[in-house]
Design a protein around this ligand. Structure first.
Ligand SMILES: [Zn+2]
Length: 116
């Protein structure tokens, strides 16, 4: 049992000891298959570990960020979208900086930047 702010007794969540062991990165957890995967944490970029309990896959990093398959996919999608928006904005700003330049000026700037 635990107590809420109002003092009301609440039952502990099921598998709380399992969650604590996973957060502590214990290498041996009974009934749970863990392995390092070639994915990075969307929040801190640490290596993720995949945790399998039957058909359920979850992911955790060393920092403690935790994801389901769905929440990891959503975070990855957000990162890709943010990265594409940043790239598009940079390309638009690059293009607008030469908007009123002559082709000769653009060629000279491009040639100079390629030499460096
Ligand atoms: Zn993380």
């Amino acid at each position: 049992m635990s107590r809420s702010w109002s003092g009301e007794a609440k039952p502990l969540p099921p598998n709380l000891d399992l969650e604590v062991d996973m957060a502590a990165l214990k290498t041996k957890i009974c009934g749970v298959d863990r392995r390092t995967v070639s994915l990075s944490c969307p929040d801190c970029h640490c290596v993720l570990r995949e945790i399998r309990e039957g058909n359920i896959k979850r992911y955790r990093c060393r920092t403690g960020h935790a994801y389901s398959r769905l929440s990891l996919a959503e975070q990855q999608r957000t990162l890709v979208e943010d990265s594409l928006c940043t790239s598009l904005r940079a390309l638009e700003e690059y293009a607008s900086s030469y908007e009123n330049s002559s082709p000769a000026t653009i060629m000279r700037v491009t040639r100079t930047s390629n030499e460096n």
